[in-house]
Design a protein around this ligand. Structure first.
Ligand SMILES: Nc1ncnc2c1ncn2[C@@H]1O[C@H](COP(=O)(O)OP(=O)(O)OP(=O)(O)O)[C@@H](O)[C@H]1O
Length: 504
């Protein structure tokens, strides 16, 4: 008997209302990519201890639409059986079905035991290497699956942030968005901006770590020189939004300038005596996870007094259910750009999705986006989506990072890195940004920003096609020699060469 027969609507409504979490299957990839993000609650498993998964059961649905089963010809009608165990775990039995069931990180067998903890964190199931499902305990409450939303995601966290974004767009208070590197802080800031102002108002992002003290006042507040007024970032953002990025990486001088401006709600251009009111929405981003920093510091003051509204973006590893949707959208975006003639003709191999779902993503959504881009570039002239073995080894499952904020060594301020020090580190690390970041004890994003700031430094992405062409011809495609001439990483260079169609 199915749960729809044995459970009253009232009981299901109660589960929804109580935000109780129930075992859920979510489609991470399916030969029909439109189905990514559909969910099926295993209510029979939750309520009576047994449930089934086959070609025809359960029904998966999204956005309140009618449900449909997996309906994949390779998935058998004979079910995989899910059974609750006395210890609180779930046994998955695939003895009497032709469907090949695999669990990421486990050797293939007919029976698997999933512990309670694993179910809370999410277990990745593969069906015949074609379909990948996330098996996770989640709230029953419906979510919206929309891969055209500025802030994509089906996790309860992202859905809650989307609601708060809508609310914040109606208030003009400053907001702090916290979260680790690449987690989507800028994206959330843009979502607030878009919700409030639409697309045509200024959205100015200021990387505070990249501003030198000597020019900070001019860049932020503008300058009056020879009776000519040159507006700063705050004025440029008038009528729209200014995002002050990574506030804790800014110098004390910048903190003081900002504090004064935010308290007086006005800016004073250098060389002027006339204050100009701030007429933009202010969003501050921070990679500190909590406000528990030195309470007397200027940063804390900026946080607590001037930006009482906070959004926290959780790391990607805690919201695995978003990975399928995000990866599909990123691949589609790149695919359309690079292979317009093949439109949307790509399939995400189950094996790849399994690896994506079990990786810990220290660089979060940005890293996922980069992997998507590389997979698309590497798939040129391949029958199906091609996976670079190097990329595969990078995506080996890693143990989740459990370190608390205290256990992470404090990073150095990027502003304290001189040009000479950066150049030396780039050379000794053969221009690999990750290695340079480690050597200098700053974030990879800061290395990148410093490269942009100092004249004469560049990354492979900044090279023009003609520079690459000339160097390629001169060194007959030897990428090591090209690296020393162009002074960019070999991996980045190889990627650029591949994307430009060079034979390497
Ligand atoms: N929920 C999301 N939906 C769509 N794209 C996203 C989402 N989250 C992040 N991205 C994309 O991932 C990349 C990194 O996001 P973003 O720049 O917002 O991260 P961040 O937290 O501000 O990073 P950093 O700390 O390094 O400044 C961007 O290309 C962004 O467009």
């Amino acid at each position: 008997m199915s749960v729809t027969q044995c459970t009253t609507k009232h009981a299901v409504d109660e589960l929804v209302e109580s935000y109780q979490r129930v075992p859920m299957l979510i489609i991470a990839t399916h030969p029909n990519r439109e189905r990514i993000g559909e969910r099926a609650a295993l209510l029979d498993l939750h309520l009576s201890g047994t449930d089934y998964l086959s070609r025809v059961k359960p029904e998966f649905a999204k956005n309140g639409n009618a449900g449909r089963a997996l309906l994949d010809e390779y998935v058998s009608r004979s079910p995989i059986i899910f059974e609750a165990t006395d210890s609180g775990g779930i046994k998955l039995r695939a003895h009497s079905t032709k469907t090949v069931l695999t669990l990421a990180g486990r050797r293939p067998q007919d029976e698997y035991l999933v512990s309670e903890d694993e179910l809370d964190n999410g277990v990745v199931l593969g069906l015949n290497h074609r379909i990948v499902l996330l098996f996770k305990r989640l709230p029953l409450k419906d979510t919206t699956v929309d891969d055209s939303h500025t802030l994509m995601g089906i996790s309860a966290d992202i859905q809650a942030i989307r609601h708060r974004v809508e609310h914040l767009a109606t208030l003009s208070v400053p907001v702090i968005i916290r979260g680790a590197i690449g987690v989507g802080k800028q994206q959330a800031a843009y979502a607030i901006h878009k919700e409030q102002f639409g697309d045509d108002k200024p959205f100015i992002s200021v990387n505070l770590a990249a501003i030198h003290d000597a020019v900070a006042e001019t860049e932020l507040f503008g300058v009056v020189r020879n009776a000519k007024h040159q507006p700063g970032y705050f004025e440029q953002a008038a009528g729209g939004t200014i995002v002050l990025e990574d506030i804790e990486d800014a110098s004390d001088n910048i903190h003081q300038l900002l504090s004064r401006a935010l308290q007086s709600q006005s800016v004073m251009p250098k060389g002027s005596t006339k204050a100009i009111p701030i007429e933009c929405r202010i969003i501050i981003t921070s990679h500190q996870e909590s406000s528990a920093v030195d309470e007397s510091s200027m940063v804390s003051m900026l946080f607590e007094k001037l930006a009482p509204y906070q959004l926290f973006m959780p790391p990607l590893v805690q919201r695995k259910e978003d990975i399928g949707l995000l990866f599909n959208a990123f691949v589609r975006e790149q695919w359309r750009k690079l292979y317009p003639e093949k439109a949307d003709q790509f399939v995400i191999p189950g094996e790849l999705m399994k690896q994506l779902m079990t990786f810990t993503w220290p660089g979060n959504v940005r890293q996922l986006r980069n992997v998507a881009r590389q997979v698309v570039i590497d798939s040129r002239d391949q029958e199906q989506m091609y996976l670079d073995p190097q990329l595969l080894s990078l995506l080996k499952p890693q143990s989740p990072q459990t370190g608390s904020a205290e256990s992470v060594p404090k990073q150095r301020r990027p502003n304290s890195v001189s040009r000479g020090e950066l150049t030396g580190a780039l050379e000794s690390c053969q221009f690999e940004l990750q290695a340079v970041a480690k050597k200098l004890n700053i974030s990879r994003a800061s290395v990148y920003q410093l490269i942009q700031r100092f004249d004469g430094l560049q990354t492979a992405q900044d090279l023009s096609e003609s520079e690459i062409k000339d160097s390629y011809a001169k060194h007959r495609g030897d990428t090591e020699k090209m690296m020393w001439e162009l002074r960019v990483s070999q991996i980045g260079l190889r990627r650029r060469l591949k994307s430009l169609g060079y034979d390497i």
